[in-house]
Design a protein. Sequence first.
Length: 94
Amino acid sequence: MAKKGGLYGIISIENVVCVDFKYNSLEYLHSTDFYQAENSDFTTDIIDRNFETKLSHIIISELNIEENYMQVRENGEYKYYNLNIVEETNINAL
């Protein structure tokens, strides 16, 4: 992870940009194996270990590491995802 012009992104050890410098904050969550990136509108992008954006412009309502799920608000609806970033029904997640 690196900071450029006040924004965060990810560069490789070869100095190749893997994730554009467009985030207000960027954090790698070891227990989930993904990056949580904050956009300028205070929504979140979820980026996997291959630097692919899996969820974009969401609001994380709950992140439950022990139960292996997160509840997010996406396009005006609440949805559940397991920590492999696969959508689940609320019954399966809970």
